[in-house]
Design a protein around this ligand. Structure first.
Ligand code: ADP
Length: 252
């Protein structure tokens, strides 16, 4: 569904992505893993055209994103960035932002926009908090608001940069369970995660980055057990199978 081909990206003349090729299947959760500084965020930002690439391409359903206007791109791909400043607006207004790509100038919300926003807030279970300020919510609730905003944006693809950071374990699972439901509905979910146990539990497809290159991709168990993972993180994982599924821990 989303394909990256030979993507090169530099910051101030210094190349940090050295030719990435990746495929992210439709209706699946793909997770990008890799050590700090390996290029995960840069890849996601380049997919969203938030930073310019030197060469290569990103395609959605075979269509290069470089040929889309910002508005067209925002109708196809939503992006939930890493922890950010908390905007001084209500939950409802925040989720309304997801409808911007569908409004013509001057921005006037239509009944269908309000309906989609209501549905999205209901889906994440926050409808009764819609008049609260973002600053009045817990971290877990705020992250659900961003997910609702991405839903209201009604895109085929949702990119999430470390969506579970700062969330307690229950909220982490809740967020990832919701991501799973969205994938089952046919959305292409691409996220960066650090917790390898969650990767094992939730990822349908894993992409490993190391020093600006993609060094492994495939099913979670395969990538987490690969030589490339040992090399990237300098650790080796052991796996145990329980009735609840496969788990991993770091070998010492
Ligand atoms: P990750 O998300 O895997 O931690 P990043 O994509 O943030 O990695 O970073 C990849 C490389 O690019 C790192 O070497 C980092 O220092 C560098 N980098 C990231 N953002 C910038 C920036 N705005 N300016 C210059 N260098 C950057």
């Amino acid at each position: 569904m989303v394909d990256i081909r030979d993507l090169h990206v530099s910051y101030e003349g210094e190349e940090v992505l050295h030719g990435i090729d990746a495929h992210f299947p439709k209706g699946k959760i793909s997770v990008v893993i890799g050590p700090n500084g390996s290029g995960k965020s840069t890849t996601i930002k380049a997919m969203m055209r938030l930073i310019e690439s030197d060469s290569g391409s990103v395609e959605i359903g075979g269509e290069p994103v470089s040929g889309l206007s910002q508005t067209e791109l925002a109708r196809r791909m939503a992006y939930i960035p890493q922890g950010r400043n908390i905007p001084d607006i209500t939950v409802n207004r925040m989720v309304m932002h997801g409808r911007f790509p569908y409004l013509s100038y001057p921005r006037r919300y239509r009944p269908e926009d309000r309906e989609m926003v209501g549905k999205a807030l209901e889906w994440v279970g926050l409808i009764e908090l819609s008049h609260k300020k973002m600053s009045q919510l817990s971290g877990g609730q705020r992250q659900k608001v961003y997910l609702a905003m991405a839903l209201a944006q009604d895109t085929e693809v949702i990119l999430m940069d470390e969506p579970t950071t700062y969330l307690d374990i229950k909220n982490q699972f809740e967020l990832l369970d919701r991501a799973r439901l969205l994938a089952e509905e046919g959305k292409t979910i691409i996220m960066i995660l650090h917790d390898l146990e969650s990767v094992l539990r939730y990822a349908d497809h894993v992409v490993l980055m190391d020093a600006g290159k993609l060094t492994a991709s495939g099913p979670a168990r395969e990538v987490l057990g690969s030589e490339a993972l040992k090399k990237a993180f300098g650790i080796e994982l052991s796996f145990i199978e329980t009735e609840d599924g496969v788990h991993c821990f770091v070998k010492r």
